[in-house]
Design a protein around this ligand. Sequence first.
Ligand code: NAP
Length: 316
Amino acid sequence: MNTNQFGKKGWTPDRIEKLYGKTYVITGTTSGTGFEAAKILLSKGARVVMLNRNPKKAENTIAMLKQEMGNDIDVINLQMDLSMQVSVKKAAAEVLKTVSQIDALICNAAIAQVPKQTLTIDGWESQMGTNYFGNWTLQALLFPLIEKSKGRIVTVGSMGYDMGIKTIKFEDLNWDKDYTPNNAYSQSKLAQIMSMYELQDRLKAAEKTEVKAYACHPGSSRTNLINTSGSFMMKFIFNLMKLSPLTQSAEKGAYPQLMCATEPNLDQSGFYGPTGRSNWVGPVGAHKIEPHAKDKAVAKRLWKISEKETGVKWNI
Ligand SMILES: NC(=O)c1ccc[n+]([C@@H]2O[C@H](COP(=O)([O-])OP(=O)(O)OC[C@H]3O[C@@H](n4cnc5c(N)ncnc54)[C@H](OP(=O)(O)O)[C@@H]3O)[C@@H](O)[C@H]2O)c1
């Protein structure tokens, strides 16, 4: 029986209406799913504010998009290194100075499978610091404008949320003991997803239900992810996998985040991604999420610790 609410083919960008007058802020658009998502948003007439760490790469990305889509596309880049709180704070301030509305903040950028334990300049394990604490601060600082815009926060997680220790290692957040690339990446992705469901509850309690928060993932998509930060062996394995039907294009990998950013009346309790084999490929829609991702006690503790670690509180 087909249970996908969008039919047999699942959600596709054909469902997006024209987006003139709407503004999307998206992180990590120099390659992969972020690039494809930005391109589709621009093709629908949206204004896109890209947040990237490498200005030269971002400049090339914009030049490439303009060459393909014409000079009239409404796109800018602001520099932001998600692994540095000072840079995230500066970028958030720039965004607030530059735009008067945010219809959705799409938190797409990430690093993965870092071979050896590495700490960010703020002292966190690199994947936790970049993928989780970086996004925490960005989201919290942009929240007032997202609220004013009745906008959305979209977090790009990973099926990795279910491939590590399946909880947060509060007693050793930095993996000083027993670091493995997969456990540390999986924890960062689990934390990202958990914080979205916890945010939903907090918004509801504060009767701020016009702001929506979503968790999604791109399945297994042919992008630069492992090539950027993975070990030689992981790169070898993933590049072999890219040749198999167990992976899909980066464009398809962008559909879940686009759906969460634009689809009207989308249920926030869902976890969105490919619904085919292992949730790596296939039609996009809601699919099962394991209970540990919605463990209330863990999520509350994570929220508290995030406020303490970053010194950044949400104004909910
Ligand atoms: N591909 C998959 O199969 C897969 C599976 C599960 C989840 N995901 C998730 O999908 C999302 C997109 O990844 P992708 O697969 O498209 O990978 P990608 O091609 O490597 O793209 C990642 C983007 O994030 C940027 N980025 C990395 N570190 C950053 C930092 N410190 N500050 C700002 N930007 C930074 C990269 O910029 P640079 O160009 O400067 O490196 C790039 O633009 C990630 O959240 C990832 O965890 C991907």
